[in-house]
Design a protein. Sequence first.
Length: 219
Amino acid sequence: MSTQHNVILLGGPGAGKGTQAERIVADLRLPHISTGEMLRAAVAKGTRMGLEAQKYMGSGALVPDEVVIGVVRERLAEPDAADGFLLDGFPRTIPQAEQLDAMLAEAGRAVTHVVLIDVPADELVQRIAGRRSCAGCGKLYNVTFDPPKADGVCDVCGRELVQRADDNEDTVRNRIAVYEDQTAPLIGYYTERGVLESALGGGKLPDEVYARVQQILAD
Ligand SMILES: [Zn+2]
């Protein structure tokens, strides 16, 4: 059981969780289980919990805890998750974390690593609020970290750069506040259980963060 990687990835919006997740699952050959994708897959397969989730998703409502937990339970019972998994976007609350522990314990398993990609809120705001994309060719820029040669103009095709409506600073600060409210209790929960470690992502490139993530997962 010590060879299992039953991993949870935590990190705020813009922390670069997606990039780290891709590399972890490729290197450790783990299934990448993200809540959104899992719900969509369960709906597509028409599983019992998928049909339940569909009632809520169809109307744009938040899928209730017991349904999300049921979908996770079904997904973790699939053969590819028998020796490990990377969970992304779940759990979000203490009750979800407790339910996850309980369902793993039934199979003689436990969460082995919780990796927190820890980036200061101000940097998350800079990263997200600085995102721009070209209205012509779609190339992505960041006004702070990866600016175009001329302000507001695409290097490649010369068209205007635009910002997504929900990437403005107020919206981003609100998304970060929601994340911090939700995640702070989980950090305490997993710290108490001795499974949480942080990869400091402030001012770091994805490669540097990943070097630390590899160290954490090697233990
Ligand atoms: Zn362009």
